[in-house]
Design a protein. Structure first.
Length: 128
């Protein structure tokens, strides 16, 4: 799905959501979630291509694949927590959205520790 189609789908969903919020707010949230999932699924082939390219670069550069896995998990957590938080905000749950974002940041921090250790060890190895 190209960007024009994504934007068109989003605008149509936004209009329907505005009408639904007045009469059936639970359906408006469901519509918002559904459109988000449809857009994500339509972009999976592009995501797969990016992942394939990153794996090839990692192998060519002789970098441990573990580091790429960690980086991809971090990116995934960032996107998923942002998506969840936006859905909560759409439903009027700003406090829950903030907690989802906080949890995402903590999980990213935990996953990033091995990468930080490798960078620090590399720097210490360069210092005489």
């Amino acid at each position: 799905m190209e960007i024009v189609q994504v934007v068109a789908l989003g605008l149509i969903a936004a209009v329907f959501t505005l009408f639904l919020k007045e009469t059936k707010p639970e359906l408006a949230v469901f519509l918002s979630i559904t459109v988000g999932v449809i857009i994500f699924l339509s972009l999976l082939k592009h995501i797969a291509r990016v992942l394939h390219i990153l794996q090839e670069i990692t192998v060519r550069a002789n970098i441990n694949i573990l580091y790429l896995d960690i980086l991809l998990k971090i990116i995934g957590i960032a996107y998923i927590s942002e998506f969840g938080a936006q859905i909560c905000r759409d439903a009027g749950e700003g406090a829950t959205a903030s907690k989802i974002e906080f949890a995402g940041k903590i999980l990213i921090l935990v996953l990033a520790v091995p990468l930080v250790v490798v960078v620090l060890e590399t720097i210490m190895g360069l210092i005489p």
